[in-house]
Design a protein around this ligand. Structure first.
Ligand SMILES: Nc1ncnc2c1ncn2[C@@H]1O[C@H](COP(=O)(O)OP(=O)(O)OP(=O)(O)O)[C@@H](O)[C@H]1O
Ligand SMILES: [Mg+2]
Length: 618
């Protein structure tokens, strides 16, 4: 086992023991008792035959009471063994399920703390498979392999002592046989372990493919690619078949091979024992019978451990992936400026617990003083550069300002960097160079959750969750009343169509709202942002799928809501941005023109050409 695997194994053990110390001790004791009971019963066989059965055979009128008592004791020993093995299996289920619940909890809560960059760089199918495949291999290992391994090791030790006590020659014979077995096991198991790892990889690939095809089913149908999709599936399925076949072929040979070797060993011991007894080594019939029983109990756990080896290797690889996810660096947040409810008293802002609708940035300074700045939604960029990947600068020297109450629009070709600018305002990503100030505070100083709370964002891709329409809108602000939810929907012009749904606001949405039209989904997303009632709103192509008449109604509603607040609008449809206070024309990550609609038109530049349709941006 390499060092990394060892570390993973130890860490896993720590997790299993955490909070389960008492239960685990119970498991160890029960395993010990159960192993001892089965050995005790085997050893007892010796005195049963030699002290009870053999003398009885020689008597003319045998009295069976002694024998019955002895048999009763043996039965008790077996019963104790069974009871204990039942107990440790039962305890182990509780330990393993607790441990898995804890691991899932840890993974999910940690995943929530990961930066967007993590999801950019890790295929979603992979992340999913950590929760399913890898956790499942762990379950198998914790609930089956670990107790089996402990029980096997204990049995081996106890049985070994008992064997040595009965006969040294026979013990040496058993060890020799076991040595031969191990050589064979190593040979077979070594072959299958590589196939087991391959089997896991093929399984992951197949899962990923199925997921992609389910998601993309419409595109598959549109391009009549059903056959092609099947071909791709067959290829992956064949790979899985090959690796699974090989892995299990070798693993399945192991069992009969071990059994036959065990039988062979039985015969060898019987012969060696018989010869030794005849040669007057003092070995009795009872001792040989007991030893034969013990030798079985000795080789059985060895073959069990060797069979568990593959699943342990697989589970450790799974545990490694689980820990990699848990160890993934969380989103850093050094912000110390927080957002608080405020009210004005004697012309000064003071913090308050009640919801006043007035918000302030609470800014602690190094000299111990605290200042409050009213949240107004003043956003300024100073010479901002940004790259998603090092060396590939996407935004160059972006300088802009949005005063409270202004509506700022970004237009420009696909891939120009419009969405990227908004990703920087809410700090999905951090800038490489330059400064962004929000209400004259460097946004790096603002606590991320508070920063995002102050922004209402309608993302370019709408995402609705499983739940009712009402719940989806309330996602914007969890303590919004039903009336506030409906008002937000009216504002987004969604109220009308929602009321026409079968259950109105209580209509269930599933699978990202697939029972709604694209435009309806956008209206719900707008209502969701509106219910949060934020001082700054970012609308990234929020109305792109909505007809122009509805759009203008939505805009009127938004203008009413956002009166005195800052709005960033991104749109390809230039009618959407016409009435903005300032329009920035972006090209390849640079602002190439800026001004309001009238002045840009007069300038006769790119915007003019875009607007009049005379120019297509590359
Ligand atoms: N997560 C990412 N990782 C790496 N590069 C990215 C990422 N997101 C966007 N880009 C790149 O950044 C550039 C700007 O993308 P952005 O999404 O800001 O464009 P956009 O102006 O919003 O385009 P559209 O009008 O199509 O929405 C593109 O060249 C794109 O390839
Ligand atoms: Mg975009």
């Amino acid at each position: 086992m390499n060092e990394k695997r060892k570390g993973t194994a130890l860490r896993l053990l720590g997790l299993i023991l955490k909070g389960n110390g008492l239960r685990f001790t119970g498991v160890l004791i029960s395993i010990f008792v159960s192993a001892g009971a089965s050995v005790g019963a085997s050893v007892f066989l010796e005195s049963l035959i030699d002290d009870y059965i053999a003398p009885l055979l020689l008597e003319a009128s045998p009295v069976f009471t002694g024998l019955l008592r002895a048999l009763g004791m043996m039965a008790c020993l077996y019963a104790a063994g069974i009871l204990c093995s039942f107990l440790y299996n039962w305890l182990m289920v509780s330990i393993s399920q607790r441990c898995l619940k804890q691991i899932r909890d840890q993974m999910f809560s940690h995943m929530q703390s990961l930066p967007i960059r993590y999801f950019d760089t890790h295929p979603h199918g992979d992340v999913m498979s950590v929760y399913t495949n890898d956790v499942d291999t762990l379950r198998q290992m914790i609930s089956q392999s670990i107790p089996q391994a402990i029980s096997s090791i204990m049995s081996i030790v106890v049985v070994f002592c008992a064997m040595v006590k009965i006969s040294l020659i026979l013990t040496a014979t058993v060890l020799l046989c076991v040595g031969c077995m191990l050589v064979i096991v190593r040979h077979i198991a070594g072959r299958s372990s590589t196939y087991f790892v391959k089997q896991q990889a093929s399984l992951g690939a197949l899962n990923g493919y199925i997921e992609e095809m389910v998601e993309g089913q419409k595109v598959v149908k549109v391009f009549c690619h059903e056959e092609k999709a099947k071909e791709g599936f067959d290829r992956l399925n064949d790979q899985l078949f090959e690796s699974a076949k090989n892995a299990n072929k070798y693993a399945n040979i192991l069992m009969p091979a071990m059994n036959n070797l065990g039988n062979l060993q039985y015969v060898i011991i019987a012969i060696v024992g018989g010869v030794a007894a005849l040669n007057g080594t003092g070995l009795t019939l009872g001792a040989i019978a007991a030893f034969l029983q013990l030798s079985k109990s000795f080789t059985q756990p060895i073959s069990q451990i060797s069979q568990q080896l593959n699943s342990i290797i697989m589970a450790l690889a799974g545990a490694e992936r689980v820990f990699t996810l848990i160890d993934e660096e969380s989103e850093q947040d050094d912000g110390y400026v927080t957002l608080v409810n405020a009210k004005e008293e004697n012309g000064e802002l003071v913090e308050t617990q009640e919801r006043t609708g007035v918000w302030a940035w609470k800014h602690p300074h190094s000299d111990g003083t605290i200042t409050y700045t009213k949240l107004t939604g003043d956003v300024r960029f100073y010479d901002v550069d940004f790259a998603y990947e090092e060396g590939k600068t996407i935004l160059h020297n972006i300088t802009l300002y949005a005063k409270p109450g202004q509506k700022l629009a970004f237009v420009g070709s696909t891939g120009a960097g419009k969405t990227t600018i908004t990703n920087l305002i809410n700090r999905f990503y951090d800038i490489a160079d330059g400064k962004i100030r929000y209400d004259d505070i460097n946004i790096n100083k603002i606590k991320k959750s508070d920063l995002r709370r102050s922004l209402g964002i309608v993302l370019q891709d709408t995402n609705l969750f499983t739940g009712t329409v009402r719940e989806n809108i309330r996602y914007g602000r969890l303590d919004a009343t039903d009336q506030e939810v409906e008002e937000a929907a009216k504002l987004a012009n969604a109220d009308e169509f929602i009321r026409r749904l079968p259950d109105g606001y209580d209509t269930m949405l599933t699978d990202n709202g697939s029972n709604l039209s694209q435009g309806q989904r956008q209206l719900i997303a707008i209502a969701r942002a509106a219910v949060a009632d934020p001082p700054v709103m970012i609308l990234d192509e929020a109305t792109s799928s909505i007809d122009t008449r509805t759009e203008s109604l939505v805009q009127k509603g938004m203008d009413r809501l956002m009166h005195g607040r800052t709005v960033f609008v991104i749109a390809h449809r230039l009618s959407t941005v016409r009435n903005s206070d300032a329009i920035m024309v972006l090209d390849h990550g640079r602002i190439i023109e800026r001004g309001d609609h009238e002045s840009l038109i007069q300038e006769h530049g790119i915007y003019y050409q875009l607007y009049t349709g005379a120019f297509e941006m590359e």
